[in-house]
Design a protein. Sequence first.
Length: 403
Amino acid sequence: MSQEAYIFDAIRSPRGKGKNGSLNELTAVSLSAQVLSTLKERNNLDTTKIEDVIWGNVTQVGEQGGCLARSAVLAANYSESTPGLSINRFCASGLEAVNLASNQVKGQAGNAYIAGGVEMMSRVPMGSDGAAIAVDPNLALNTHFVPQGISADLMATKYGFSRDDVDAYAVESQKRAKNAWENQRFQQSIVKISDQNELIILDEDEYMRPETTMQSLGGLEPSFKMMGEVMPGFDNVALLKYPEFEKINHVHHAGNSSGIVDGAACVLIGSKEFGEKTNLKPRARILATSKIGTDPTIMLTGPLPATEKVLDKAGMNIKDIDIFEVNEAFAAVPLTFMDHFGIDHQKINVNGGAIAMGHPLGATGAMLIGTALDELERSNQSTALTTLCIASGMGASTIIERI
């Protein structure tokens, strides 16, 4: 017998620049603890009632290693009885944390969970964990491994997106993020982050570049052309898998790809019984979740089958969804999503995305759930679908319904 899983709250830190940014002085444990503490305080949580804290984190080495989730729980002064679980599904780690918590509630393994994630990309460099798929030659050869940037350009080539297409999308993402901040659309969810002296060091996303234009982007060289065409020649590896293309069209660069940033986010998930006992009102219910594996070479197409799968599980079709949060890992990803499902751009990433505000790997999925929920409430709409592409060829999706 199952029960419904509800979202009671969702909060996040602002995203700090991943290089010389305002959050650089904080560890992942410290940033996680501030977000967790805020969630506890504003919901008057008795943390002995929390079954688990499930925390996404991609680069689990050094100060982000050693079950960071449990360290963050202790640093946030939660009850010693509250456990913590660190998980890694690459870019969708934060969303997978939400999905795991939701499905635990639905399966009656517990009545209350906190799910979220963190990534301090300024302190723990992406790739410093030495992922096997990138460094094990046997695995890399057998899977036709290429870096994500090559995959993004392969995706643009396969689905016919030009440099102008991806740049125009990036400019729009910046405009939407600027508009969202100017109109205080994130205010309900933002946690002001302080240093060790309790002085506020960041209260808004600092990666944004609202002055971005097609002209300014036009002056940027493709970021992955050299590694693709010259050394070590990853284009040839990708084309072994996709021989139908004569060459890869390199269109992505720093201006139309997700930004490297620091950040953390969390979501309070529980049963109807939990809400009644704590006098908390649910804001949304989680209707369905999905995950799926895809081709590890092109790698970034996972949102397509993951979305088809989650819609099928929910007994819905694409027209039943009011708004979408499709992670902007690279501009070609949401562009492909829109084309594949025939969705108008006005329904997707209406408040900007990772191109404008950044992609703090382990936290992003939880951030997008909160953004989708806030937008449903602001616009008085009903359903939202959040989805992310995932390194090494996976996808994950979640559908929520506003209460």
